[in-house]
Design a protein around this ligand. Structure first.
Ligand SMILES: *[C@@H]1O[C@H](CO)[C@@H](O)[C@H](O)[C@H]1NC(C)=O
Ligand SMILES: *[C@@H]1O[C@H](CO)[C@@H](O)[C@H](O)[C@H]1NC(C)=O
Ligand SMILES: *[C@@H]1O[C@H](CO)[C@@H](O)[C@H](O)[C@H]1NC(C)=O
Ligand SMILES: *[C@@H]1O[C@H](CO)[C@@H](O)[C@H](O)[C@H]1NC(C)=O
Ligand SMILES: *[C@@H]1O[C@H](CO)[C@@H](O)[C@H](O)[C@H]1NC(C)=O
Ligand SMILES: *[C@@H]1O[C@H](CO)[C@@H](O)[C@H](O)[C@H]1NC(C)=O
Ligand SMILES: *[C@@H]1O[C@H](CO)[C@@H](O)[C@H](O)[C@H]1NC(C)=O
Length: 926
């Protein structure tokens, strides 16, 4: 052996002409700059986590007080991480860090070997010289500096870029736009500002024998149809082109080649093998291509549209004597996904579609309705995000009938394992570069840094079939440039120019240099482009506000905290796609109790005001005036529409209020989602709704549908219901009394069935002659289309007391899911009341709950009246979800409900603690 590695704990990976020491482990030490605080540490990790684990952040209470809103601690302590290792001899040696968060100086043997300034890049440092001249045992140390301090220092450099007042979104720490670090680490309106720091991704010491050796740094596997252009729907009859590219460290010998083998996910059938052709070596990358017959691989489809067929692709780097120098295997899939933004054609206009441009996704050549939500960082500290946690989350996503997430633009690029889970579950990930709610500098150093970040991440994740889109950032055109226009119109052209320089002239061609398979849009929420031409200095011509009334072009982002307008459809945006919308709510009592003690569980306690960041303080202030305004919005909404919880026991009252805010939130999202989905059959040809936001980063009032820890809020259940493939929904205009009942289907074939409509009073007695409404209507609805089953006006119905009436809607239909050979039954339930709940003459439904041990199912029954918002709740200590929740029960029609356990188990004790209540309990004074 040429190299002697005396280090016991360094894991030796299977290698070729190089030795790789995995630096992952818990044998690091963290110290502060003064050296008076020292604790054991891990890699990967972040310093907060190490200090917490070591008890240096002493108590949970102290951690809580930080989580409680004090901006303190974070990122202010410069730290050193070190780890002893002993290495002996090698021709060249490299340190490879897959991620350093963020400002780091790396030393080996007391010599600085490199610095890092971007959380999202992979860093490699040549340490050959430092190792050779090492005296004594080599020690790697990484010194991190405070990101907030550096951001401020950059902002204060002479001549540094500035923006008009009011444009840059400040949450807690300022100046995040000057640095390439997770932007929400500096605070956001749903999370804390810890500004974590540390080696958050694995790291390796790579050493080569003399002459040659290849270490794989990154790969880019791009699978597209022959002739495919990123932004246009490809010809589905063409063969597949597989373009594989490996970024390596080391030296390639003469006569090197690449071989490929593609096998199915069981490794049983080989669909392609041999050498890659069109070999190119450029910089530190080697690339080649092969083609695969157009109908040879089975296609990958999103959930509910077909199977998630996956393939393993193995690329070998082989030398002239057929010796393998490096090998890499990635799991991938064959599919095309395009964001179609072409102009509406005459043929589409003839179908009733309004002119303008398309803005929808096509999977394997098929339009589909995108249903889902927005993904934010699932934890303030990424090293705590485990595969198990993410599997549970994606299980909830798929169970919630969601097929697409927008991976929002100011967290971090997702690790491979999350894309892997999404590939398996069939969840499309619209992925964004990390730029949001600010304008960004365009000096050369900043742009150069972005080039590395974009190139690395586009290449790293390109092979995942779940990757759906790259977007430059969030709310840049719709919010940021608009703010400039309003606050400083004279400067508008300058900032548009800078925006285009970064997001169009720089990033757009960079994405397409590394991928032929993924579309790019410079911003989420915009009016799309009118032209793409790479001979222009700005190769995409954006439409901006050059719009024609009556035409639709792009995607929408809509928030309205005036709850009086929450259910008024005339306020909802009409566009081709809704990528953000929502309203915040409180998490459950069980989730609050993970973090807050009972004495602080009062709706507007100071702890809760500190945790609520809507509205954010706008700096490092601990003033909660703006938070109180956001809390007030929830209160006002509950008081406007629902019975006001008034319970004697303060905790019971608190819990009832939490649930009440969730009911409003869910009602509002449902109203919007059914409106957007109805748009699929209207002139706007609306083909997607992704609500804000999927999950939580911590325990706080936010827009999330899934709480920190995994518990579903009312929203996630209601979204599951309204994202069913074939739905029936009421559309009511309270000012005119117009009431329509409409069926919407996102299946790809016609579907027929029956909608039953029954009017009851709250005692559960059917209204005479069904109030003049037919009790059932047969329907036939076309693919991705709608049909009305009732168009009437509430004034034309014979309802004795509007306050004592509820219309129960139930649909049953037979059709086929996309790509399925068998017929399936579809059902859906919904309801309508002509008054809001605070006016309704509710009666106690006298709910009964029982559990059948042999079937493992619960039965819920209303014995004395109609139960609305029927809510099953499970205790702390386990995590899971009911098949359905927040539903309607009519006397004589019990419902059987299953419970899926995600964590823990459904013991007898847990079963006993499961409760059921309805909106009547919210009204009950006790
Ligand atoms: C690094 O420097 C310290 C003191 O500055 C010294 O004790 C140590 O031996 C040096 N280590 C190496 C590997 O050169
Ligand atoms: C874009 O989508 C529309 C509607 O599905 C379709 O008619 C049109 O052909 C698509 N554009 C291209 C270039 O295929
Ligand atoms: C197929 O091979 C890949 C790569 O070697 C491996 O990760 C995977 O587990 C294998 N799958 C099965 C089902 O054996
Ligand atoms: C590969 O090389 C052949 C022969 O030089 C050429 O005709 C073909 O266009 C190349 N393919 C690609 C994808 O560049
Ligand atoms: C190269 O080696 C592989 C197995 O390692 C073998 O299947 C192949 O036939 C060899 N090719 C040549 C040209 O020797
Ligand atoms: C699409 O329509 C816009 C007007 O909204 C026009 O400027 C553009 O040239 C059209 N694009 C094509 C490819 O026809
Ligand atoms: C009901 O449907 C009619 C006919 O399509 C339409 O004109 C009206 O706007 C709809 N009203 C509501 C409240 O959806």
């Amino acid at each position: 052996m040429l190299m002697k590695i005396l280090l016991g704990s360094g894991l030796l990976l299977p290698t070729f002409a190089q030795h790789v020491i995995d630096l992952t482990g818990n044998d690091w030490t963290v110290k502060n700059a003064e050296g008076n605080v020292s604790a054991p540490a891990s890699l990967p990790s972040q310093v907060h986590l190490d200090l917490f684990a070591a008890g240096a952040i002493h108590t949970l209470a102290q951690m809580k007080s930080i989580f409680g809103g004090s901006p303190g601690l974070t990122g202010h302590i410069p730290v050193r991480q070190s780890r002893a290792c002993i290495i002996d001899g090698a021709s060249s040696s490299w340190l490879v860090f897959n991620g350093l968060d963020t400002f780091a100086t790396i030393e080996l043997c007391n010599q600085t070997v490199g610095t890092a300034n971007n959380q999202f890049r992979q860093w490699k440092f040549d340490v050959s010289h430092a190792l050779k001249s090492c005296k004594g045992h080599p020690v790697i140390s990484i010194s991190f500096s405070s990101a907030p301090k550096i951001a401020n220092a950059i902002a204060n450099e002479p001549g540094q870029e500035t923006w008009p007042a009011g444009v840059q979104g400040v949450f807690e720490f300022e100046n995040r736009w000057f640095i390439r670090k997770e932007q929400s680490d500096f605070g956001w309106d749903w999370g804390p500002a810890f500004s974590p720091t540390g080696p958050w991704q694995p790291a390796y010491l790579v050493q080569f024998k003399p002459d040659n050796g290849v270490y794989v740094l990154n790969t880019d596997i791009d699978i597209h149809r022959e002739g495919q252009v990123n932004w246009l729907p490809p010809d589905q009859s063409k063969p597949w082109v597989v373009n594989a590219s490996i970024d390596y460290l080391g030296t390639l010998p003469k006569g090197v080649s690449l071989t490929v083998e593609i096998k199915d996910s069981q490794n049983k059938t080989t669909i392609a093998s041999g050498s890659l052709t069109n070999l190119t070596i450029s910089g530190n990358s080697i690339s080649g291509i092969t083609t695969v017959g157009g109908d040879v691989p089975k296609l990958w489809w999103p959930t509910n549209m077909g199977e998630q067929n996956l393939y393993y692709i193995t690329i070998n780097v082989v030398d002239g004597s057929n010796k393998t120098l490096a090998t890499v295997t990635k799991r991938t899939g064959f599919r095309t996904i395009v964001l179609n933004q072409t102009n509406i054609t005459d043929a589409q206009i003839a179908l009733g579609i309004a002119p303008g441009a398309n803005w929808h996704f096509e999977i394997n050549g098929h339009e589909f309705y995108a249903k889902g939500s927005n993904f934010i960082p699932p934890d303030a500290f990424w090293p705590r995000v485990t595969e198990d946690r993410m599997k549970r989350l994606f299980d909830s996503i798929v169970k919630g009938n969601q097929n697409m997430l927008r991976v929002w633009a100011s967290g971090a690029y997702l690790p491979e394992f999350i894309y892997d889970i999404a590939d398996e579950k069939g969840v499309l990930l619209w992925s964004e570069f990390e730029f949001s709610d600010a304008l960004y500098p365009v000096n050369q150093a900043f742009l150069d840094n972005v080039v590395e970040e974009v190139t690395y991440n586009v290449r790293r994740v390109n092979h995942h079939p779940s990757l759906a889109l790259w977007s430059g950032g969030n709310e840049l055109e719709s919010l940021e440039l608009q703010e400039v226009y309003q606050n400083d119109p004279a400067e508008y052209p300058r900032y548009v120019g800078e925006y285009e320089k970064l997001f169009i002239s720089l990033i757009f061609p960079l994405v397409y240099d590394n991928s032929r398979s993924i579309s790019y849009t410079p911003t989420s929420t915009g009016n799309g482009y009118t032209k793409i031409d790479f001979s222009l200095p700005v190769p995409m011509v954006e439409r901006y506000q050059n719009v024609t009334p009556g035409e639709y072009y792009g995607d929408s982002d809509y928030y309205n905290y005036i709850s009086a307008e929450a259910f008024d459809m005339s306020h909802y945006p009409v566009d081709r796609f809704a990528n953000e919308f929502g309203f915040h709510s409180m998490p459950s009592l069980q989730t609050w109790r993970q973090a807050v003690s009972d004495e602080d569980l009062i709706f507007n306690s100071s702890v809760i005001l500190h945790r609520n960041h809507h509205y954010p303080p706008g700096g490092l202030s601990t003033d909660t005036t703006r938070s109180a305004a956001g809390m007030g919005e929830m209160t006002i909404a509950v008081e406007l529409y629902y019975p006001i919880p008034l319970k004697l026991d303060p905790i019971v009252n608190f819990s009832a209020w939490c649930l009440a805010t969730q009911r409003f939130q869910a009602d509002m999202y449902k109203s919007e989602i059914q409106f957007y989905r109805r748009g699929s059959g209207r002139p706007e040809r609306q083909l997607g709704s992704l609500y804000w936001q999927l999950e939580d980063i911590w325990q706080a009032p936010t827009w999330a549908g899934i709480e920190y820890g995994g518990r579903w809020k009312v929203l996630h259940y209601v979204a599951k219901n309204i994202y069913d493939p074939v739905i029936v929904a009421p559309y009511w205009d309270s000012s005119t009394g117009d009431l329509n009942v409409t069926v919407t289907s996102d299946l790809w074939e016609s579907v027929s069935g029956i909608v039953n409509m029954t009017w009851y009073d709250f005692k559960g007695k059917p209204l005479e002659k069904n109030a003049g409404v037919p009790s059932s209507v047969a329907f036939d609805v076309g693919p991705l289309n709608i049909t009305d089953v009732l168009t009437t006006n509430i004034k034309n119905l014979s309802i004795p007391t509007l306050k004592d009436a509820v219309l129960v809607l139930s649909l049953s239909a037979t059709g086929r899911l996309p790509n399925s050979n068998t017929k399936a039954q579809f059902s859906h339930e919904n309801y309508f009341t002509p008054v809001f709940m605070n006016e309704a003459q509710l009666v106690d439904p006298e709910l009964k709950l029982s559990y059948n041990k042999s079937t493992g199912k619960f039965t819920v029954e209303a014995t004395n009246g109609v139960s609305l918002y029927t809510w099953l709740d499970y205790p702390a200590g386990i995590v899971g979800y009911f098949d359905k929740n927040s539903f309607v029960l009519v006397p004589g029609h019990p419902k059987e409900v299953g419970f899926t356990v995600q964590e823990g188990s459904l013991t007898e004790k847990v079963v006993k603690e499961i409760t059921v209540q309805s909106i009547w309990d919210q009204a009950k004074k006790d």
